[in-house]
Design a protein around this ligand. Sequence first.
Ligand SMILES: CC(C)(COP(=O)(O)OP(=O)(O)OC[C@H]1O[C@@H](n2cnc3c(N)ncnc32)[C@H](O)[C@@H]1OP(=O)(O)O)[C@@H](O)C(=O)NCCC(=O)NCCS
Length: 133
Amino acid sequence: MCDAITKEFLNLKLGKCQIFLAFSKENELIATVQIQREHPDPDFCDEKSAYIEALEVRHEFLRRGIASTIMNFLEHHAKQVGIERLTLMVETNNTPAVALYQKLRFHGFKDSSWVWEGKEIPTICLEKRLTKI
Ligand SMILES: CC(C)(COP(=O)(O)OP(=O)(O)OC[C@H]1O[C@@H](n2cnc3c(N)ncnc32)[C@H](O)[C@@H]1OP(=O)(O)O)[C@@H](O)C(=O)NCCC(=O)NCCS
């Protein structure tokens, strides 16, 4: 556990989306991530696969292990509810996020892209197969 984070995470379920929030010991919101149980691309979500999105750590708290901690918490939760595979999409040039997911043992399964303000942005689709509890 990263020592900037409280032991409690807030875990909110909103339909097919689950939101995890992490707070500092001073009760500031410092990180968030979501798991989605539906996605328009069936490569990302099915009965046993869930899609991770919107991982973000507040600027002042970067490089203190907070993303790793909240992702490990999410992974533990996923296993408990029977999810066997996590997926996500990251922009190829997002060096911090690509390095983070590599360290967390996500692997690329296809290249993709999205369009932002008329520009095509290359992305990589990553997956991690979870070991059973
Ligand atoms: C990507 C992000 C979530 C990482 O959060 P973080 O709390 O700083 O990450 P951690 O401290 O847990 O870092 C774990 C590992 O990720 C990698 N990493 C994190 N930030 C990095 C950076 N700026 N440059 C290179 N590697 C980095 C390192 O391997 C690091 O391990 P190390 O510190 O032992 O070297 C954060 O930079 C962020 O919120 N970025 C903006 C939002 C975003 O891009 N989200 C991802 C969307 S797909």
